[in-house]
Design a protein around this ligand. Structure first.
Ligand code: 13P
Length: 250
């Protein structure tokens, strides 16, 4: 099971250091042994020795929320592979709806990033998800949309995780209903199978919190969750991890 936290542009390096301390005190890390926990903090925190040390101690994987598809070069404001390699970061999120929508990242650009970091054998958390108007137009259009977001992405890549995050559920406080998550995950798994990819972990994201995570994690086809707002509190995130631990025991 994979439990991932996307801090987005929140929490400073100092706050994340304190956060890790709380997480460590809340839980025996040995009980997380079968859960793959990935934190995606901001870039400054990836450069903090204290954060790196805290995560290493607790066997948490750190990932980057974004990176440019080049080793280094004249790309003002960006982070590239050389920097990530020096920081020992080999996990990268690509295709988050906020990057696609706010920063106008096209499917072609997501594909370029994917191909570049795949060659470097990065673990890639690739995000897909539709806006509300597409969902309202029915199953056919939804399938086309999700297919398009996976277009030219090598889904047989063995270091790939996919996160389904319906845009209308992100940050709304209300997650997609259980049957919607289950049906859509089924649809995505069919798309993956048609592209000769099975066993790709598929996470759900969009207003996951303590009071709905148990139901979501128990759904067919859900291999984990990608948590935004609720991951910002170490108390809430450790409660989410606790649910994952309990479900692993069933
Ligand atoms: P929320 O959990 O705040 O809805 O955010 C989800 C998300 O975008 C994670 O990547």
């Amino acid at each position: 099971m994979i439990i991932a936290a996307n801090f987005k542009m929140n929490l400073t390096p100092r706050k994340i250091h304190e956060y890790l301390h709380v997480l460590e005190q809340k839980q025996e890390y040995s009980s997380y042994a079968h859960i793959n926990i990935i934190l995606f903090p901001n870039m400054a925190s990836l450069m903090s020795d204290e954060v790196l040390r805290g995560c290493a101690l607790s066997s948490l994987t750190l990932g980057a929320q974004n990176a440019y598809p080049a080793f280094n070069g004249a790309f003002t404001g960006e982070i590239g592979a050389e920097i990530l390699e020096e920081l020992n970061i080999s996990t990268l999120m690509i295709g988050h709806s906020e990057r696609r929508e706010i920063f106008n990242e096209t499917q072609e650009f997501c594909q370029k990033k994917f191909d570049f970091y795949k060659k470097l054998n990065f673990k890639i958390l690739y995000c897909i998800g539709e806006p509300l108007h597409i969902r309202k137009n029915g199953q056919h259009e939804l399938k086309n949309y999700l297919n398009m977001q996976l277009c030219n992405i090598d889904v047989s890549y063995n270091n790939l995780i996919i996160a389904y995050e319906p845009i209308w559920a992100i940050g709304s406080g209300i997650s997609a209903e259980a049957h919607v998550i289950e049906e859509t995950h089924q649809l995505i798994k069919e798309i993956l199978q048609n592209n000769n990819a099975s066993n790709i972990p598929l996470l759900y994201g969009g207003s996951v919190k303590t009071d709905n995570v148990r139901e979501i994690l128990m759904l067919d086809g859900v291999d984990g969750v990608l948590v935004g707002s609720a991951s910002l509190s170490p108390y809430e995130f450790s409660a989410i991890l606790q649910v994952a631990v309990e479900l692993q025991k069933i």
